[in-house]
Design a binder for this molecule. Structure first.
Ligand code: SF4
Ligand code: SF4
Length: 299
Protein backbone atom coordinates (compact mmCIF):
# COMPACT_ATOMS: atom_id res chain seq x y z
CA UNK A 1 0.00 0.00 0.00
CA UNK A 2 0.86 3.71 -0.08
CA UNK A 3 2.23 3.53 3.41
CA UNK A 4 4.89 0.95 2.53
CA UNK A 5 5.86 2.89 -0.60
CA UNK A 6 6.32 6.00 1.47
CA UNK A 7 8.54 4.12 3.88
CA UNK A 8 10.53 2.62 1.03
CA UNK A 9 11.04 6.02 -0.56
CA UNK A 10 12.28 7.53 2.67
CA UNK A 11 14.49 4.51 3.34
CA UNK A 12 16.02 4.91 -0.12
CA UNK A 13 16.56 8.64 0.45
CA UNK A 14 18.23 8.10 3.77
CA UNK A 15 20.45 5.36 2.34
CA UNK A 16 21.60 7.60 -0.51
CA UNK A 17 22.09 10.56 1.84
CA UNK A 18 24.22 8.31 4.01
CA UNK A 19 26.14 6.95 1.04
CA UNK A 20 27.02 10.47 -0.08
CA UNK A 21 28.85 10.86 3.23
CA UNK A 22 30.51 7.44 3.18
CA UNK A 23 34.10 7.64 1.93
CA UNK A 24 34.23 3.97 0.97
CA UNK A 25 30.98 3.81 -0.97
CA UNK A 26 31.17 7.15 -2.72
CA UNK A 27 34.10 8.26 -4.89
CA UNK A 28 33.27 11.93 -4.19
CA UNK A 29 33.05 11.41 -0.45
CA UNK A 30 36.37 9.73 -0.09
CA UNK A 31 38.40 12.91 -0.11
CA UNK A 32 35.93 14.91 1.98
CA UNK A 33 34.58 12.68 4.73
CA UNK A 34 36.45 10.77 7.37
CA UNK A 35 35.80 7.40 8.92
CA UNK A 36 36.86 5.76 12.11
CA UNK A 37 37.05 2.05 12.77
CA UNK A 38 36.35 0.90 16.32
CA UNK A 39 38.25 -2.24 17.30
CA UNK A 40 35.59 -3.74 19.57
CA UNK A 41 35.45 -7.20 17.95
CA UNK A 42 38.47 -9.31 18.92
CA UNK A 43 37.07 -12.81 18.38
CA UNK A 44 36.42 -14.75 15.24
CA UNK A 45 34.20 -17.76 14.59
CA UNK A 46 36.00 -19.16 11.54
CA UNK A 47 39.60 -19.76 10.56
CA UNK A 48 40.75 -18.52 7.17
CA UNK A 49 44.01 -20.01 5.94
CA UNK A 50 45.23 -16.53 5.02
CA UNK A 51 44.67 -15.22 8.54
CA UNK A 52 47.16 -14.95 11.33
CA UNK A 53 44.88 -14.47 14.30
CA UNK A 54 47.35 -12.22 16.06
CA UNK A 55 46.63 -9.64 13.40
CA UNK A 56 43.58 -7.85 12.11
CA UNK A 57 40.86 -9.51 10.07
CA UNK A 58 41.53 -9.26 6.37
CA UNK A 59 37.85 -8.35 5.99
CA UNK A 60 38.88 -4.74 6.18
CA UNK A 61 42.41 -4.72 7.34
CA UNK A 62 45.86 -5.16 6.05
CA UNK A 63 47.35 -8.22 7.67
CA UNK A 64 50.32 -7.43 9.82
CA UNK A 65 49.11 -4.24 11.41
CA UNK A 66 47.76 -4.31 14.89
CA UNK A 67 45.45 -2.39 17.11
CA UNK A 68 44.09 -2.02 20.58
CA UNK A 69 40.81 -3.70 21.53
CA UNK A 70 38.12 -1.50 23.12
CA UNK A 71 35.07 -2.17 25.26
CA UNK A 72 31.81 -0.51 24.12
CA UNK A 73 32.22 2.13 26.85
CA UNK A 74 35.76 2.90 25.69
CA UNK A 75 34.55 2.95 22.11
CA UNK A 76 32.04 5.62 23.04
CA UNK A 77 34.76 7.65 24.80
CA UNK A 78 37.12 7.33 21.89
CA UNK A 79 34.40 8.36 19.47
CA UNK A 80 33.80 11.56 21.45
CA UNK A 81 37.51 12.31 21.47
CA UNK A 82 37.87 11.80 17.74
CA UNK A 83 34.64 13.62 16.83
CA UNK A 84 35.96 16.72 18.54
CA UNK A 85 39.22 16.76 16.58
CA UNK A 86 38.20 15.31 13.20
CA UNK A 87 35.40 17.54 11.89
CA UNK A 88 34.73 15.58 8.70
CA UNK A 89 34.00 12.41 10.69
CA UNK A 90 30.88 10.91 9.13
CA UNK A 91 31.30 7.15 9.38
CA UNK A 92 31.95 4.77 12.24
CA UNK A 93 32.77 1.22 11.20
CA UNK A 94 33.27 -2.02 13.09
CA UNK A 95 35.92 -4.00 11.23
CA UNK A 96 37.58 -6.35 13.63
CA UNK A 97 40.24 -7.09 14.57
CA UNK A 98 38.13 -10.31 14.47
CA UNK A 99 34.58 -10.60 13.14
CA UNK A 100 31.95 -7.93 13.94
CA UNK A 101 29.18 -10.52 14.32
CA UNK A 102 31.22 -13.01 16.34
CA UNK A 103 31.25 -10.20 18.92
CA UNK A 104 27.72 -9.05 18.26
CA UNK A 105 26.79 -7.92 21.81
CA UNK A 106 29.85 -5.62 21.89
CA UNK A 107 29.38 -4.46 18.31
CA UNK A 108 25.72 -3.67 18.91
CA UNK A 109 26.30 -1.93 22.22
CA UNK A 110 29.05 0.24 20.75
CA UNK A 111 26.78 1.31 17.90
CA UNK A 112 23.84 1.96 20.23
CA UNK A 113 25.93 4.13 22.54
CA UNK A 114 27.37 6.23 19.72
CA UNK A 115 24.04 6.51 17.95
CA UNK A 116 22.46 7.89 21.11
CA UNK A 117 25.19 10.55 21.30
CA UNK A 118 25.41 11.38 17.60
CA UNK A 119 22.33 10.42 15.57
CA UNK A 120 23.83 11.66 12.26
CA UNK A 121 26.73 9.24 12.21
CA UNK A 122 26.63 6.58 9.48
CA UNK A 123 27.52 3.09 10.67
CA UNK A 124 29.01 0.24 8.73
CA UNK A 125 30.36 -3.15 9.61
CA UNK A 126 32.27 -5.96 8.00
CA UNK A 127 31.90 -9.68 8.56
CA UNK A 128 32.67 -13.11 7.21
CA UNK A 129 28.89 -13.58 7.09
CA UNK A 130 28.59 -16.76 9.18
CA UNK A 131 26.19 -15.17 11.67
CA UNK A 132 24.27 -12.98 9.23
CA UNK A 133 21.13 -15.16 9.23
CA UNK A 134 20.98 -14.68 13.01
CA UNK A 135 21.69 -10.95 13.17
CA UNK A 136 20.72 -9.41 9.81
CA UNK A 137 17.32 -8.34 11.17
CA UNK A 138 18.99 -6.57 14.11
CA UNK A 139 21.44 -4.92 11.72
CA UNK A 140 18.50 -3.56 9.74
CA UNK A 141 16.68 -2.50 12.91
CA UNK A 142 19.76 -0.62 14.11
CA UNK A 143 19.66 1.44 10.90
CA UNK A 144 22.97 0.13 9.54
CA UNK A 145 22.84 0.66 5.77
CA UNK A 146 26.34 -0.43 4.78
CA UNK A 147 27.66 -3.94 5.34
CA UNK A 148 30.76 -5.61 3.90
CA UNK A 149 30.89 -9.40 3.60
CA UNK A 150 33.98 -11.35 2.55
CA UNK A 151 32.93 -14.01 0.01
CA UNK A 152 35.87 -15.84 -1.53
CA UNK A 153 34.06 -18.59 -3.42
CA UNK A 154 30.75 -20.31 -4.11
CA UNK A 155 32.20 -23.79 -4.37
CA UNK A 156 32.57 -25.91 -1.24
CA UNK A 157 35.66 -27.74 -2.59
CA UNK A 158 37.40 -24.41 -3.09
CA UNK A 159 36.07 -23.27 0.28
CA UNK A 160 37.59 -26.34 1.94
CA UNK A 161 41.00 -25.12 0.77
CA UNK A 162 40.43 -21.61 2.11
CA UNK A 163 38.79 -22.23 5.50
CA UNK A 164 40.45 -24.42 8.12
CA UNK A 165 37.38 -24.56 10.35
CA UNK A 166 34.08 -22.91 11.19
CA UNK A 167 32.67 -22.70 14.72
CA UNK A 168 28.92 -22.84 14.43
CA UNK A 169 26.24 -23.50 17.05
CA UNK A 170 28.70 -25.19 19.39
CA UNK A 171 30.26 -27.37 16.69
CA UNK A 172 33.64 -27.19 15.04
CA UNK A 173 33.16 -27.97 11.35
CA UNK A 174 35.99 -28.64 8.89
CA UNK A 175 36.45 -29.34 5.17
CA UNK A 176 33.53 -29.09 2.76
CA UNK A 177 31.07 -29.16 5.64
CA UNK A 178 32.60 -26.01 7.12
CA UNK A 179 32.62 -24.30 3.73
CA UNK A 180 29.04 -25.36 2.97
CA UNK A 181 27.73 -23.88 6.22
CA UNK A 182 29.62 -20.63 5.75
CA UNK A 183 28.59 -20.24 2.10
CA UNK A 184 24.94 -20.99 2.79
CA UNK A 185 24.81 -18.40 5.56
CA UNK A 186 26.66 -15.81 3.50
CA UNK A 187 24.24 -16.12 0.58
CA UNK A 188 21.17 -16.16 2.80
CA UNK A 189 22.40 -13.19 4.84
CA UNK A 190 23.38 -11.10 1.82
CA UNK A 191 19.99 -11.74 0.21
CA UNK A 192 18.21 -10.64 3.37
CA UNK A 193 20.23 -7.45 3.74
CA UNK A 194 19.75 -6.42 0.12
CA UNK A 195 16.01 -7.06 0.38
CA UNK A 196 15.89 -4.73 3.37
CA UNK A 197 17.64 -1.84 1.64
CA UNK A 198 21.16 -2.38 2.97
CA UNK A 199 24.02 -1.62 0.56
CA UNK A 200 26.23 -4.67 0.56
CA UNK A 201 29.85 -4.57 -0.52
CA UNK A 202 31.68 -7.86 -1.10
CA UNK A 203 35.35 -8.32 -0.39
CA UNK A 204 37.04 -11.11 -2.33
CA UNK A 205 40.59 -12.17 -1.50
CA UNK A 206 42.25 -13.22 -4.76
CA UNK A 207 44.38 -16.33 -4.12
CA UNK A 208 46.43 -17.62 -7.02
CA UNK A 209 45.73 -21.24 -7.88
CA UNK A 210 42.86 -21.38 -5.38
CA UNK A 211 39.99 -19.07 -6.27
CA UNK A 212 41.41 -16.71 -8.91
CA UNK A 213 39.71 -18.32 -11.93
CA UNK A 214 36.48 -18.63 -10.00
CA UNK A 215 36.17 -14.93 -9.10
CA UNK A 216 34.09 -13.83 -12.13
CA UNK A 217 31.50 -16.43 -11.13
CA UNK A 218 31.44 -15.09 -7.58
CA UNK A 219 30.93 -11.55 -8.87
CA UNK A 220 28.08 -12.66 -11.16
CA UNK A 221 26.35 -14.38 -8.27
CA UNK A 222 26.74 -11.25 -6.15
CA UNK A 223 25.18 -9.19 -8.92
CA UNK A 224 22.26 -11.60 -8.96
CA UNK A 225 21.83 -11.11 -5.23
CA UNK A 226 21.69 -7.33 -5.65
CA UNK A 227 25.08 -6.46 -4.20
CA UNK A 228 26.29 -2.88 -4.73
CA UNK A 229 30.01 -3.23 -5.38
CA UNK A 230 32.77 -5.85 -5.18
CA UNK A 231 36.22 -5.21 -3.84
CA UNK A 232 38.76 -7.73 -5.14
CA UNK A 233 41.80 -7.69 -2.88
CA UNK A 234 45.24 -9.27 -3.18
CA UNK A 235 46.33 -12.18 -0.98
CA UNK A 236 49.11 -10.81 1.18
CA UNK A 237 50.56 -13.95 2.79
CA UNK A 238 50.59 -13.30 6.55
CA UNK A 239 53.51 -14.69 8.53
CA UNK A 240 52.30 -17.55 10.71
CA UNK A 241 49.22 -18.21 8.57
CA UNK A 242 48.64 -21.49 6.68
CA UNK A 243 49.15 -19.53 3.44
CA UNK A 244 52.35 -17.90 4.61
CA UNK A 245 54.31 -19.40 1.68
CA UNK A 246 51.68 -18.79 -0.97
CA UNK A 247 52.54 -16.33 -3.74
CA UNK A 248 51.37 -12.79 -3.12
CA UNK A 249 48.82 -11.62 -5.69
CA UNK A 250 50.20 -8.57 -7.49
CA UNK A 251 48.18 -5.37 -7.86
CA UNK A 252 48.43 -5.82 -11.63
CA UNK A 253 46.70 -9.20 -11.34
CA UNK A 254 44.06 -7.71 -9.05
CA UNK A 255 43.53 -4.76 -11.34
CA UNK A 256 43.14 -7.04 -14.41
CA UNK A 257 40.61 -9.15 -12.52
CA UNK A 258 38.67 -6.02 -11.53
CA UNK A 259 38.60 -4.94 -15.16
CA UNK A 260 37.33 -8.40 -16.20
CA UNK A 261 34.57 -8.21 -13.57
CA UNK A 262 33.52 -4.63 -14.22
CA UNK A 263 30.98 -5.84 -16.80
CA UNK A 264 29.01 -7.40 -13.94
CA UNK A 265 29.34 -4.99 -11.04
CA UNK A 266 31.12 -1.75 -10.15
CA UNK A 267 34.60 -2.48 -8.82
CA UNK A 268 36.00 -0.73 -5.81
CA UNK A 269 39.45 0.58 -6.64
CA UNK A 270 40.14 2.97 -3.80
CA UNK A 271 39.88 0.61 -0.81
CA UNK A 272 42.99 0.96 1.30
CA UNK A 273 42.45 -2.10 3.49
CA UNK A 274 42.50 0.11 6.53
CA UNK A 275 43.45 -1.06 9.99
CA UNK A 276 40.71 -2.09 12.43
CA UNK A 277 41.35 1.17 14.32
CA UNK A 278 41.95 3.48 11.34
CA UNK A 279 40.92 7.12 11.81
CA UNK A 280 40.71 9.97 9.31
CA UNK A 281 40.24 10.45 5.60
CA UNK A 282 40.91 7.38 3.44
CA UNK A 283 44.60 7.05 2.85
CA UNK A 284 45.18 8.83 6.10
CA UNK A 285 45.57 7.15 9.44
CA UNK A 286 45.53 9.18 12.60
CA UNK A 287 44.93 6.19 14.89
CA UNK A 288 48.20 6.80 16.75
CA UNK A 289 46.87 10.17 17.93
CA UNK A 290 43.90 8.60 19.66
CA UNK A 291 45.13 5.46 21.44
CA UNK A 292 43.35 4.71 24.71
CA UNK A 293 45.33 1.60 25.54
CA UNK A 294 48.61 0.14 24.33
CA UNK A 295 48.20 -1.95 21.16
CA UNK A 296 47.14 -5.52 21.85
CA UNK A 297 50.01 -6.89 19.76
CA UNK A 298 53.22 -5.28 18.69
CA UNK A 299 54.94 -6.16 15.44
FE1 SF4 B 1 40.86 -14.02 10.35
FE2 SF4 B 1 39.12 -14.91 8.55
FE3 SF4 B 1 38.32 -14.44 11.04
FE4 SF4 B 1 38.94 -12.41 9.48
S1 SF4 B 1 37.24 -13.85 9.16
S2 SF4 B 1 39.61 -12.69 11.63
S3 SF4 B 1 40.60 -13.26 8.24
S4 SF4 B 1 39.80 -15.98 10.40
FE1 SF4 C 1 36.86 1.96 3.39
FE2 SF4 C 1 38.31 -0.10 2.54
FE3 SF4 C 1 39.16 1.39 4.57
FE4 SF4 C 1 37.02 -0.12 4.89
S1 SF4 C 1 39.08 -0.82 4.53
S2 SF4 C 1 37.30 1.99 5.59
S3 SF4 C 1 36.11 -0.06 2.83
S4 SF4 C 1 38.86 2.05 2.45
Amino acid sequence: GGCTDQREVSLQTSVSEQTAKHPCYSQEAHTRYARMHLPVAPHCNISCNYCNRKFNCVNESRPGVTSEVLTPADARRKFAMVKEKVEQLSVVGIAGPGDALANWPETRESIERIKAAAPDIVFCLSTNGLMLPDFAQEIVDLGIHHVTVTVNCLDTEIGARIYKFVHYRGQKLTGVEAAATLLKNQLEGIGFLVKHGVLVKINIVMMKGINDRHIPEVVQKMKELGVFVTNIMPLIPAPGSVFEHMPQTSMKEVSDMRSACEQYLPQMRHCRQCRADAIGLLGQDRSHEFRLAPPAYEQ
